[in-house]
Design a protein around this ligand. Structure first.
Ligand SMILES: C[S@@+](CC[C@H](N)C(=O)[O-])C[C@H]1O[C@@H](n2cnc3c(N)ncnc32)[C@H](O)[C@@H]1O
Length: 337
């Protein structure tokens, strides 16, 4: 399992860049960039080296944790997947590339694409000291234009990028990314209703092009959730002192909410159910909301059913659980919502 915190090499590279930087100046730049994102703007506000660093300090730990969690979930379904090549679309400071390198020791070739010069420069700077990532090939340019003459990759990732382009571009880019995918395409977005809607639209589109879903869904059918519900997950990650200062945050951790989909060329051999929310534990039972191959279900594990109850106590939001573990063995205990 890939840990949610940044790899030591990346942390050290970021810390080195922090030396001599005014924390107050970085905090106000980070606040401005965050406000632009909240107001629906994109990474266009990141124009200078200092902006890029402020973005990386403020957001890279959380987006890294979300990509690592998505890759962990995917790997659990497809433990045989050993990609050789990666294509990171809208790579920014190289977040998903670092997470993929950490997850797959098999990766040898790293191709990144982004339209933002400042983020590209930072990514190259951060990876310079890394034995694995010093040779990354990072193209500057608009994603669709750059991808047109880029080769296929075993693993293609677009992390926190899709929301920055128009609906029509999303459709066209998804098609293009799929043609560049020989194994798996992972799309990660913020865990908001809007992020989920983008994921679900691209999921539907690419299933139409022959893709299969490896995670989080246990099926290639329509999503059974209906608004205002939406499929998202949360990853807790530690907050460094610098990050706490930057965000004026007290807690030593943050919870990053994200939505994701991992699409594959080959269908998965296993389709475990997915835990869609943190299970509710009472003195009487554990109740867990699950997405199963047959649709939504609320699994109820009575405390009296000792083993199933003990197993369900370990379930966490986002976990994959085998169908036979979702019933306590007595009819009527698993209920559809
Ligand atoms: C929120 S950042 C995410 C960066 C990185 N993937 C991560 O997870 O931290 C979005 C990135 O997408 C890039 N981007 C947005 N639209 C793009 C486009 N049309 N072509 C290339 N890159 C684009 C931005 O420049 C920015 O680096």
């Amino acid at each position: 399992m890939t840990a949610p915190d940044l790899p030591a090499e990346l942390k050290a590279a970021l810390d080195a860049r922090l030396q001599g930087l005014s924390r107050n100046a970085a905090a106000s730049r980070a606040a401005l960039i965050s406000k632009t994102y909240r107001d629906g703007g994109g990474s266009g506000a990141i124009a200078s080296e200092a902006d890029a660093l402020a973005y990386a300090l403020a957001r890279m730990p959380a987006t890294y944790a979300a990509v690592a969690a998505s890759l962990n979930a995917f790997r659990e379904i497809r433990p045989d997947f050993a990609p050789n090549s990666l294509l990171d679309v809208g790579a920014g400071p190289g977040t998903a590339t670092w997470a993929a390198a950490e997850t797959f020791s098999s990766l040898q070739t790293f191709n990144l694409v982004d339209a933002n010069r400042a983020l590209r420069a930072l990514a190259l700077d951060l990876s310079r000291g890394s034995a694995r990532l010093r040779e990354i090939n990072y193209r500057h340019g608009e994603a669709r234009a750059a991808l047109a003459d880029t080769g296929v990759a075993d693993l293609v990732v677009a992390s926190y990028m899709i929301g920055e382009i128009s609906d029509a571009e999303q459709t066209a880019l998804a098609d293009l990314m799929w043609t560049k995918t020989s194994g798996t395409l992972l799309i990660v977005e913020p865990g908001t209703p809007a992020g989920y809607r983008r994921i679900i639209a691209l999921r539907q589109q690419l299933i139409g092009s022959g893709a299969h879903i490896a995670a989080p869904c246990p099926h290639d059918g329509s999503c059974p959730l209906t608004a205002p519900d939406w499929c998202h997950f949360a990853q807790r990650l530690p907050r460094s002192r610098a990050h706490r200062q930057l965000k004026s945050a007290e807690l030593p951790y943050e919870d990053e909410k994200f939505s994701y989909v991992a699409l594959t060329r080959a269908p998965a051999a296993r389709h475990p159910a997915r835990v869609l929310a943190q299970p509710v534990v009472t003195k009487v039972e554990i109740s867990a909301k699950l997405c199963t191959p047959d649709g939504l279900a609320i699994a109820k594990m009575s405390r009296r059913a000792k083993e199933p109850y003990a197993r369900a106590r370990r379930w966490r939001w986002g976990d994959a659980v085998m169908a036979e573990q979702t019933t306590p063995g007595r009819p009527g205990e698993r209920r559809d919502p």
